[in-house]
Design a protein around this ligand. Structure first.
Ligand SMILES: C[S@@+](CC[C@H](N)C(=O)[O-])C[C@H]1O[C@@H](n2cnc3c(N)ncnc32)[C@H](O)[C@@H]1O
Length: 912
């Protein structure tokens, strides 16, 4: 099994799917408060005191004066000579400097270990813990004769070590400043630097070191602002703190005051939770871990009290037994928000089904009608709603009221409202006065009020389908004695007399769940667009990205989560979410889920690491209700070097194998593996479906061609063989086509290979003065000016051919060859929609709808299917509670998801 993530190794990339190492620095950089970061530092050896002190001053506490503070500051400021352990050296603290006054601690190296010593002292009191028991509970403190001992941690690569202060004896009670009694496992404030809020800890050890120094071991609580949330910490209740597993040893006199920190249970019902919180200094309901910015349920009580060695971050579940283990096939419902053509939910359902969870996309919402068409064709079982997500949310609220007004459900969230009027039996003549656009004899438009009778309601929406400038609830009406072509959308307020029709529609809709009510949705997934952070958007609002209308959907997504309260949430976004404005929106997403009392974590996954010839890094946020297991991130299956597109602070969030691990990975895929079997087509190909014409050549091709019912994880009814869909390119205009025809068919070819272009030593292009400019039949230049000036003349992308042995950086939504490498290696055209779909891992049976450009958009917008399938597998396990550990990473079963026996491609172990 994989071993512990190594946090302190070399900076060389070792050649496979691993993080590039700078990891130890990264851990430290991840948390704003140096005090918390440094908790993982090693306690220095006695002999290094002088240099250690200098280092500390440089880093954070240069102006620390004579104040004793937590952790290293106090070590640094108390470099007094070795004490005689039993010698009681008293200090001169007066009563007035007790816990309530702002604490200015004097140099207190001179503490005492005297039972019942003088007031004002800092000392352990009571009997020490019996020697045998102390050695059993804290064995690492009793291993050597010296003051410190190097202990190698249990990581499998064996390179993690720390120095452990050796103890003479342990205690369970201490008196600090002569008055305050602290017991083992008390919570306390710990002195911080001047001007900083005191740190918060649980005292998990109290011991006298062999050199006589008195220590307590702090296990830290984090304030929200000291976690990854940073400046968005203010969105979390001030009294809410997060427990951590980070511990370090501090001089006893750093303790400032005892605290009452109440452990409360997480509850997605904030009101209930609020009532549960008694009067206290702080309350705590979650554990915070730096790895993958995780906030999870608190471990059971005994674990919170006991210090535990850090262990592997990878779950050791026996996954081989999991596939197909759940014969009950528990069914769960999925809502895909901002669904596009449905790639994300398609993958999630396939993966979850492979883990034994029957996950079904019941509802999908997208503003793009072509994307909705595609999703509907591929998922007949899904109710696809073509509307803005904000209208969908408003509709859900109205729907809840409607259902409650007909006593179909209890409306917990909303006031019962005007719909009660529909209970009135007298209001039932079904007659409605409708404004009818008429043309008079002169052909002038006019409007008239006419009375029509409603036959039935067909559909419901919230919005402005009649474009009257007012958003409200509307019903689609079939009029008595009229056909479907005369159906119209009518506002609810005008339908007051149609009591029976309304009741019938709502009852049928409630029974068939045309819309989800709170509690109906088990999983919400979605990629809310944040165009306001896109690198392409020059008008980005850096100061408050949430004010930017283009980022509003992130809030809408969270509002829908808050309203529906699903068991699980998976949100996807571009890596810019943690880059733009110091990761503002990424932190916001985490804070919102936390605010809603979800467990959360965030990881970055590269599509290429899951079996695609495409790099494509994306951020994924998991959320899980408190009573659920928080899903893990599936580790890469394919050998891909993770490139540095992630800000330093979040590099640790990359889902990757750690240094020192030697996983059996598949070779990374190349363009040839994905598309070499597809029949040649030209620039003018216009068929939407055709025969394959030949057999698959690679394992990837064999798998991607599987029929819907043969696809692992598919729950579809038999669909049999399919044609090759969407294998047609964006048709280039004549000029571009002629340009493309002149680009050589070899690796690396692009516009620079055309006559008249010179490449200088600095890799910039310029016109060749000896070559006359070449013009096309249209009179336009062969080499357009924009190609010469793109990225200051340094880019090789205009009219670039891809080559068979390449990995594509990222499939995007456009197919124009002017500023991206998208030409087929050997055919004079851009990659077809299907070729792009293959690079995104869409099964070949997935057919797309809409104009050609729209189909490219759907493919380019998609979450790569192999990534969502792997995440779906992890979700399936978590949903069923088949996850035995709280670790953030998991291994997929061997050869996942391909059941096809291995043929030619070998393991990547020998692929250097
Ligand atoms: C990144 S794509 C999602 C891709 C999808 N997750 C998949 O895997 O195929 C974002 C989608 O959000 C849709 N969208 C943008 N604004 C929207 C809104 N206000 N309401 C609903 N959908 C919206 C776009 O049409 C686009 O399809």
């Amino acid at each position: 099994m994989p071993s512990t993530r190594n946090t302190s190794t070399s900076t060389e990339e070792a050649g496979s799917v691993k993080k590039q190492t700078r990891s130890s620095q990264r851990i430290r950089n991840t948390v704003s408060k140096p005090a918390y970061n440094e908790a993982i530092d090693i306690i220095e050896d006695e002999s290094s005191e002088v240099s250690r002190g200098g280092k500390r001053k440089e880093r954070s506490v240069a102006s620390a004066a004579k104040t004793s503070k937590r952790s290293k500051p106090s070590l640094e400021e108390t470099p007094s000579p070795k004490s005689n352990n039993d010698e009681a050296v008293l200090h001169d603290r007066s009563e007035s400097e007790s816990k309530t006054s702002p604490k200015i601690l004097k140099n207190k190296r001179e503490a005492a270990v005297v039972d019942g010593g003088d007031d004002g002292e800092t000392m352990f009191i009571g009997e020490p813990v019996a020697d045998e028991e102390a050695r059993r509970r804290w064995p690492k403190r009793y291993q050597g004769k010296g003051a410190k001992r190097v202990v190698t941690k249990s990581s499998k690569d064996g390179s993690d070590s720390e120095e452990v202060i050796q103890a003479r004896r342990h205690y369970t009670q201490a008196k600090v400043d002569g008055c305050l009694i602290y017991n083992l496992y008390d919570d306390a404030h710990v002195k911080a630097e001047e001007g900083e809020d005191n740190y918060i800890c649980k005292i998990v050890e109290m011991f006298e070191a062999v050199d006589g120094d008195l220590y307590f071991t702090a296990q830290w609580f984090y304030r929200a602002r000291d976690t990854v949330l940073k400046k968005l910490g203010h969105l979390i209740d001030k009294k809410r703190v997060f427990f951590s597993e980070i511990q370090d040893d501090n001089p006893l006199d750093c303790l400032v005051e005892k605290l009452n920190i109440v452990k409360v249970s997480l509850n997605v019902d904030s009101e209930v939770k609020k009532k549960e919180i008694p009067s206290c200094d702080y309350y705590c309901d979650m554990l915070y871990k730096l790895e993958y910015s995780s906030f999870t349920n608190l471990p059971p009580e005994e674990k919170t009290n006991v210090s535990e060695e850090a262990s592997s971050t990878i779950s050791e579940d026996n996954l081989d037994n999991v596939v197909g283990a759940n014969n009950n096939h528990e069914e769960a419902s999925l809502l895909d928000l901002y669904s596009g053509c449905g790639a994300m939910s398609t993958g999630l359902c396939l993966g979850a089904n492979m883990a034994g969870l029957k996950l079904v996309t019941r509802w999908a919402v997208d503003i793009n009608k072509y994307a909705c068409e595609s999703l509907q064709w591929n998922h007949p079982e899904t109710t696809v709603r073509n509307e803005p997500a904000e209208d969908f949310l408003a509709l859900l609220k109205e729907w809840e009221r409607l259902c409650a007004s007909f006593s179909l459900s209890k409306s917990e969230n909303l006031e019962k409202q005007s719909f009660n009027s529909y209970d009135n039996e007298d209001d039932n003549n079904n007659e409605v006065e409708v404004e009818v656009e008429d043309e008079d004899e002169d052909g002038n438009g006019g409007s008239d009020g006419e009375v029509f009778e409603v036959e039935k309601f067909l559909a419901i929406c919230y919005g402005d389908p009649k474009e009257k400038g007012e958003r409200q609830l509307h019903f689609k009406v079939r009029w008595k004695n009229y056909g479907p072509e005369e159906d119209t959308w009518e506002p609810l307020e005008g339908l007051g007399d149609c009591q029976e029709c309304l009741k019938e529609f709502v009852t049928a809709g409630f029974n068939s769940k045309i819309l989800p009510l709170p509690g109906d949705v088990d999983v919400i997934c979605g990629g809310p667009p944040c165009q306001g952070i896109s690198g392409f958007n020059r008008f980005r609002n850096k100061d408050n990205p949430l004010q930017d209308e283009k980022n509003k959907q992130l809030q809408v997504f969270m509002d829908i989560v808050e309203y529906l309260k699903p068991k699980f949430v998976l949100m996807e976004n571009v890596v810019d979410i943690v880059k733009f404005s110091e990761g503002f929106l990424g932190r916001y997403a985490l804070s919102q889920l936390l605010h809603l009392n979800y467990q959360v974590r965030m990881g970055m996954m590269a599509a290429g690491a899951y079996g695609l010839p495409q790099f494509r890094m994306r951020a994924f946020f998991w959320g899980a209700r408190p009573n659920e297991k928080l899903p893990q991130y599936p580790l890469p299956t394919h050998d891909l070097i993770v490139r540095g597109v992630i800000p330093l602070e979040f590099e640790m969030n990359t889902v990757a194998w750690s240094e020192g691990q030697k996983p059996e990975l598949e070779k990374k895929l190349l363009l040839e593996d994905a598309i070499s079997d597809l029949p040649p087509v030209g620039n003018y190909e216009n068929q939407d479906a055709m025969d394959y014409g030949n057999d698959p050549k690679t394992e990837f091709q064999q798998f991607i061609r599987l029929s819907r019912d043969d696809m692992p994880g598919s729950s579809s009814a038999k669909s049999g063989k399919h044609l090759l869909y969407d294998h047609r390119p964006l048709q280039l205009n004549t000029d571009d086509y002629q340009r493309v025809c002149r680009i050589p068919k070899r690796k690396g070819a692009n516009f620079r290979d055309l006559p008249g272009v010179l490449v200088k030593a600095d890799n910039k292009v310029e016109w060749d003065p000896n070559v006359e400019r070449v013009y096309l039949e249209s009179g336009k230049p062969l080499v357009p000016d924009y190609a010469m000036t793109f990225v200051g003349g340094t880019s090789c992308k205009p009219f670039a051919r891809l080559w068979w042995d390449e990995t594509v950086p990222t499939v995007v939504t456009r197919a124009e060859p002017h500023n991206q490498a998208i030409l087929h290696p050997e055919q004079d055209r851009v990659l077809t929609i299907r070729e792009n779909a293959r690079l995104q891992g869409f099964p070949d049976y997935y057919k797309l709808f809409g104009p050609v450009k729209e189909r490219y958009i759907q493919v380019g917008n998609a979450v790569a299917v192999p990534v969502s399938r792997a995440l779906g597998y992890a979700l399936g396990l978590a949903y069923q509670g088949v996850v035995s550990s709280d670790e953030p990473l998991m291994k997929l079963p061997p050869r996942f998801p391909n059941p096809v026996e291995k043929t030619s491609s070998g393991s990547s172990q020998d692929n250097s």
